[in-house]
Design a protein around this ligand. Structure first.
Ligand SMILES: C[S@@+](CC[C@H](N)C(=O)[O-])C[C@H]1O[C@@H](n2cnc3c(N)ncnc32)[C@H](O)[C@@H]1O
Length: 377
């Protein structure tokens, strides 16, 4: 796979995270190239210019604009780690670059704001609303994405909160959107996020920041999983792997009052939501929250039970790779006799990987769409 990004700002070696042998995907896309070319040719920046970058995938934009010490905001831990490691492999210091998470916005104004259109429209809305604190009438705002990711709603959101938009020509299936700022549109609009819903048949309020999976109501797969959670009073250490808003871990905590719960996700908004949901439900109880690539921070053979509703995409990339990596991590982290319980769409065929790794795999429950598997180490 091509790893050399060649743009007017220079040549940069860029890798995706997590590293995979025979990676087929590049760490940047044509919209990154288009944006960097445009900024180089058309935007007057000086050493004093303040640049904000939203949703850079693996640091293509941060590396390209490194000279301006940008602030980069992302909801993805993997994106941030990827950016750090790509800066390092291009001998670029990250000392003066701020990599902030999606809930941690700086208090300063910016001359240039570059928005890579995220997959989740709600995240875009949350970010556009937060922008009101950091832009002025003179800020230049350019959004960028692949044409297929730019639904009519993307344009509507930009126009609703920021001002009129003008499209660039499409280039290699990418497009830029130029925004003419109208600050009068921004009269202290409050973000509708996080949103809460009450978990059915419980009193628990589930917190959902903008980028969280199934934000408005319980996902049908998750509902099915909740009906088939293991409850063994001996279970001590339980991991909700890819926890999202934490609803699975919450119900595991309820069924296992003596257990220690660990919530893991690579999305900052997911971890913030899970923390809020858990502390709301169990104010007296302690749990641990990990922002990480799956179980990388766990010691081997330390966990009794892992429950997982795996992601089937990483940002815009679809595939089973993350699920497979989570299964491998689970095998390492589980104690002998420990259990991994997984739900998946029937067509994803998780049982093939699970059986290969664990040497056993039982179907716990199934409906038309989903299957729940149990494997024991
Ligand atoms: C299908 S959602 C499940 C959310 C929640 N458990 C539920 O059932 O409603 C998958 C979750 O995995 C998270 N995720 C994706 N890649 C991850 C990774 N490499 N490490 C940890 N979590 C990841 C996503 O952010 C998302 O919250």
């Amino acid at each position: 796979m091509e790893t050399l990004l060649n743009v007017p700002q220079g040549e940069f070696q860029l890798q995706r995270l997590p590293y995979r042998k025979n990676e087929k995907l590049k760490a940047w896309d044509a919209a990154d190239e288009y944006l960097l070319e445009h900024v180089y040719e058309q935007v007057d920046l000086t050493e004093e210019s303040h640049v904000l970058i939203l949703n850079d995938k693996f640091g293509a934009l941060v590396c390209g604009l490194h000279a301006f010490n940008p602030v980069a905001i992302s909801d993805s831990w993997l994106s941030q780690q990827g950016t750090r490691s790509n800066l390092a492999s291009n001998d670029l210091s990250n000392k003066d670059i701020a990599l902030n998470n999606s809930l941690d916005w700086p208090e300063q104004s910016f001359d240039l704001v570059l928005i890579k259109i995220p997959k989740t429209l709600a995240l875009l809305e949350d970010q556009i609303i937060r922008l009101q604190g950091v832009i002025t009438d003179n800020t230049i705002i350019i959004a960028a994405g692949m044409v297929k990711a730019m639904s009519a709603n993307v344009w509507k959101l930009l126009e609703k909160y920021l001002g009129q938009t003008k499209p660039s020509l499409a280039k290699r299936k990418a497009r830029l959107i130029f925004v003419e700022i109208n600050t009068s549109l921004q009269k202290n609009i409050k973000s509708p996020y996080p949103v809460y819903y009450q978990l059915e048949n419980t009193k628990h309020q589930i917190c959902n920041h903008a980028n969280v999976f199934s934000r408005d109501s319980l996902d049908i797969g998750t509902r099915f999983l909740l009906q088939h959670l293991p409850s063994n009073k001996q279970t001590r250490n339980i991991v909700d792997l890819g926890c999202g808003n934490g609803v699975v871990g919450l119900m595991l905590a309820e069924a296992n009052p003596a257990a220690q719960l660990y919530f893991v996700d690579e999305s900052y908004m997911a971890i913030a939501s899970a923390k809020d949901s858990f502390t709301g439900a169990f104010p007296e109880r302690k749990a641990d929250f990990f922002i990480a690539d799956g179980l990388t921070q766990f010691d081997s053979e330390t966990v009794d039970l892992i429950v997982c509703n795996p992601p089937f995409h990483q940002q815009n990339t679809v595939g089973n790779q993350i699920a497979t990596s989570m299964f491998k991590q689970s095998y390492r982290v589980l104690k002998k006799g420990g259990e991994l319980r997984v739900i998946g769409n029937r067509h994803l065929g998780y049982h093939i990987d699970l059986k290969r790794l664990f040497g056993n795999c039982i179907e716990v429950a199934a409906n038309k769409k989903f299957v729940i598997w149990q494997v024991i180490k």
